[in-house]
Design a protein around this ligand. Structure first.
Ligand SMILES: O=P(O)(O)OC[C@H]1O[C@@H](O)[C@H](O)[C@@H](O)[C@@H]1O
Length: 476
């Protein structure tokens, strides 16, 4: 091990599982579970989480924002004190904070309702309107809960949008080995998806890895960087389903600027002279602002596109997982995700609840198929950008040894069917996965394969129509 390396911290995570915490001097950090060699957290120097992990993994209280978009309003009716008096704090929430959606029906009356909150607050004095659509003004309030009292911070996020109020029970931690962790960066090896006889995405993501204290030297230096080396070797059990001997070494490095690098080295150590073949992916769940929201008010006749877009895959061939992996070519535009509220109403119609309801209902039933994405882009450029308008952030993914890239979001219906995933969590994640899928990799005994994924999160001042995609992709 290099002597000038930044020390790492080994601690316990969910369900008492060991995790390694990497910290970088300017404040960014990353967490890697030995279970699955799974990166579950990557934070920038402001402490903002950049990866999505399902709330069902962490067992946090569940709350979900339902819909909303930027729009002017002024709200003076509610006071923080009202909220303070009415809050009933459950001990479950001691020391935590909750986010509450306030709905203000401006066209009808100057009343406010909390329509979406965690269950402990439902027991309070708030009026809870479940499964009801409104055209409303939105306010986000953070309730900081400290044993007895609740203090509120208005986040001043006025919005106007059709909103569906929904209750949601606090989410229980339901993650436990041998299940894979939903979110972060699972490693798919030796099989991507169901492309073979093994379990979905292979077994590496749900095996216990070890810390590799003496890895063979790397060609690039990791000195002055925080990193950890992990290793996976086959168990007798694994040999039954995949009868090959290998050493899978993973180095997770946090660079001085907060960049996150994953380098995999897989060596065939078969002594029977036999080669083996595998497919692979870094199944990265990026945390994004609401992917289902439109970026601006637009006229009725125009479709609205979401604020999250992927650039670098235009004109690239892809295999569509939703259509039996049939091959298509991506059209010239960046990949966008259609809005749940894909048609908006002009002027005063915004304030008529029944019109809102009908539009929301119709647009949801017509468009949900179009929103799902599950595509394997083949032979892509080495650099892909994920732009997040709302967060003013661009993720840049660079890859090496991994010709393909998978883009996946389950969208609403599949999300509901996934037990380890909240119903609305699809809105806040997008998987873009550096992968080797179309042409499986074959290693003869003694041969080694290397596949690297490097992620950076850079501030972007994107505002509609002003982004030059080429600059994002070509810039350093
Ligand atoms: O639920 P899993 O096994 O983690 O897989 C999630 C998704 O992973 C993606 O990589 C695949 O393209 C999807 O088809 C799959 O549904």
């Amino acid at each position: 091990m290099s002597s000038d390396r930044v020390p790492m911290e080994i601690t316990k995570g969910v369900n008492g599982l060991d995790k390694v915490v990497l910290r970088e001097v300017r404040g960014s950090s990353a967490e890697v579970y030995l279970y699955g060699a799974h990166v579950t957290s990557w934070k920038n120097d402001h402490g903002e989480e950049l990866l999505f992990v399902s709330s069902k993994v962490a067992g946090e209280n569940g709350f979900r924002l339902v819909a909303g978009m930027a729009y002017y309003t002024d709200l003076t009716v509610l006071s923080f004190n009202t909220l303070k008096c009415q809050s009933k704090v459950s001990p479950v929430n001691k020391g935590g904070f909750l986010e509450v959606l306030i709905v203000y029906i401006s066209a009808i009356s100057h009343l406010a309702f909390i329509v979406y909150t965690s269950s402990c607050l439902q027991k309070g004095c708030f009026m809870f309107l479940e499964d009801t659509y409104f055209i409303v003004t939105l306010f986000i309030v953070h309730l900081y809960v400290d044993g007895q009292s609740v203090s509120c911070i208005w986040h001043g996020l006025p919005g106007c949008s059709p909103v569906k109020a929904r209750s949601d029970n606090p989410v229980e931690a339901n993650f436990k080995p041998p299940k894979a962790i939903r979110g972060g960066i699972p490693i798919c090896f030796p099989q991507f998806s169901n492309l073979g006889s093994l379990e979905q995405h292979g077994f590496a993501r749900n095996r216990f890895w070890s810390i590799d204290t003496d890895p063979p030297p790397f060609s690039t230096t990791s000195s002055n960087k925080a990193f950890v080396d992990l290793i996976l070797k086959p168990s007798e059990e694994d040999m039954k389903s995949w009868p090959h001997s290998y050493e899978f070494r993973l180095r997770v490095t946090l660079g001085p600027g907060g960049d996150l690098m994953l380098t995999s080295r897989i060596r065939n150590t078969n002594t029977d002279g036999k080669p083996f073949t595998f497919t692979f992916a870094y199944h990265t769940y990026f945390s994004v602002s609401d992917i289902s929201l439109p970026s601006d008010l637009v006229p009725l006749e125009k479709l609205v596109f979401s604020e999250v877009r992927v650039e670098g895959l235009e004109t690239i061939d892809y295999l569509d997982n939703l259509l039996n992996r049939e091959r298509f070519t991506e059209q010239g535009d960046a990949i966008t995700f259609e809005s749940e509220v894909n048609i908006l109403f002009p002027g005063v119609l915004c304030y008529v609840p029944c019109v809102s309801f009908i539009y929301q209902y119709v647009s949801n039933s017509l468009c949900s198929y179009m929103k799902k994405v599950d595509k394997i882009y083949v032979s892509t450029p080495t650099k892909i950008a994920i732009l997040d308008h709302e967060k003013k952030r661009t993720f840049v993914l660079r890859k090496d040894g991994l010709p393909d890239a998978v883009v996946w979001n389950p969208w609403d219906k599949k999300a509901k069917a996934m037990v380890d995933f909240g119903d609305d969590e699809y809105k806040h994640m997008l998987c873009v996965e550096a992968a080797a899928v179309e042409k499986p990799i074959t290693l003869k005994p003694g041969e080694e394969w290397k596949g690297r994924q490097e992620l950076s999160a850079v501030p972007s001042s994107y505002c509609s129509g002003q982004l030059d995609p080429q600059r994002v992709l070509q810039g350093s």
